[in-house]
Every structure is written in C-alpha cells, then in structure tokens.
Design a protein around this ligand. Structure first.
Ligand code: NAG
Ligand code: NAG
Ligand code: NAG
Length: 200
C-alpha cells in the first residue's frame, strides 16, 4: 500500500507519469521563474482549504494519453508555526478507492513561492518549486510547478477551482495563460467530473 501511494505520488509529481524521454528534444522549454507571473500580495491564509483540480497543462502533458484525467482534490493547510509551510494532501479516486497523497511545501523568502519539502525522498528530483501565479482565493487559482530531473526542466500549471464547476471563462483564461508559456492545445487537459472521493 505504501509502495502504491509512493508510486502514485511520484506519478503525480511527474505530471501523471508521461515519460518524456522519447521527446526530450522537442520538449517545450520551461520558463525561467522570473518570467512566471505571481499573485501580488499573496495571502497564504486565504489560499488554504480545498481546491478541485480542473485542468492541467505542461510540457509533459499529452492530451491523447491523458484523456481519462479525472478531477481530484488538493487541500492546503498552513502550519501557523514559525515555518508557515503548507501541508498538502491530494485525494484521488484510484481503483475504486480514495488514495491520499501527502507532501509539504516550504515557504521561501518570496511570497507565493514554495519548495517541495523532504525532496530527498523523491529520487532523482533535484529541484521542485511551486508558485501561485494568480488567484482570487474564492473561485480559482493557477499554480505553476517546475521540477528539475537529470538537468531537464519540466513544468506544469494547475487550474484549481473552489467548486467542481469549470466555467467557460476560466477555461479560456487558463488556456490563454498557459499558451503564453509556449504550450499548445495538445499540452492542455481538463478533468472529467466525478463524484467519488470528492468529500474525503
Ligand atoms: C502538518 O503535517 C505535520 C506532519 O504530519 C503535522 O505534524 C502537523 O500538525 C500538520 N499541520 C497541520 C496544520 O495540519
Ligand atoms: C480498495 O480498498 C479495499 C478496502 O480497503 C481493499 O480491500 C482493496 O484491495 C483496495 N483495492 C485496491 C485496488 O487497492
Ligand atoms: C479572466 O481574464 C480576464 C481578463 O484578464 C479577467 O478580467 C477575469 O477576471 C478573468 N476571469 C477569471 C475567472 O479568471
């Protein structure tokens, strides 16, 4: 079971485990962090709580391969101690069960920028950062993830909603945002709504 969850976590970290080796030469380059927008005046307390993952886009995502991408939830809890790190739990419907995947993100000196905690647990990952690119806290968030594995940079942008509903406006905004990073339609997926595991 632990093994299975670890695999699941790694799969998610790897943006649903597409192996990009075969297409490394054509990988869309990850933007440098300084070019990634960030939510001004980021409020870490307001960002907490449950988000539905409504869309994903990234240089490892392939629309054809990820056609079965089902909605899952990710919950952020702020550690209101001196660290102000986040405990992050994702809950996915997995072979008729709800699987939970836990990790922490450590605060950096830049508001809205976090690094994956305990990175040494994840073999091969040299660097992993999360930046909240934009959010209104109440309806949506767009979160940028970038990881470095074997000197290669992979990035994913997640579209989060406070409800499971994906409005056309949000879909459009997300699409134009990720296209501004060089991604194309084939790199963008929207989740299939399901009921299972949404309240866990
Ligand atoms: C975050 O996780 C750590 C380790 O499991 C736990 O000790 C801590 O209480 C959690 N914090 C919150 C706010 O849930
Ligand atoms: C789902 O959970 C049940 C009960 O915990 C367990 O018996 C079963 O093996 C699990 N199925 C899978 C595919 O993990
Ligand atoms: C979509 O983008 C427009 C223009 O940038 C903005 O005014 C609007 O608030 C955005 N809506 C959402 C739901 O992100």
């Amino acid at each position: 079971m632990a093994q299975c969850l670890l695999w699941l976590g790694l799969a998610l970290l790897g943006a649903l485990h597409t192996q990009a080796q075969d297409s490394t030469s054509t990988l869309v380059p990850a933007p440098p962090l300084r070019n990634v927008p960030r939510q001004p005046h980021f409020q870490d307390d307001q960002f907490q709580g449950k988000w539905y993952v409504l869309g994903l886009a990234g240089n490892e995502i392939n629309k054809e391969k990820h056609r079965q991408f089902k909605v899952y939830t990710t919950t952020y809890k702020l550690n209101e101690d001196y660290t102000y790190s986040y405990n992050v739990t994702s809950t996915l419907a997995w072979n008729l069960n709800c699987s939970h995947w836990f990790r922490t993100f450590d605060r950096t000196s830049f508001p809205g920028l976090y690094t994956l905690g305990n990175i040494e647990w994840y073999t091969g990952i040299q660097r992993y950062v999360l930046r909240v690119a934009s959010t209104d806290y109440k309806k949506f968030a767009m979160v940028f993830f970038k990881k470095i594995v074997k000197q290669q940079a992979y990035f994913t942008v997640a579209l989060y909603g406070r409800t499971i509903e994906l409005t056309p406006e949000l879909k459009e905004n997300f699409t134009s945002f990720v296209k501004s990073m060089g991604l194309r339609d084939e790199h963008i997926i929207f989740s299939i709504p399901i009921d299972e595991c949404m309240d866990k």
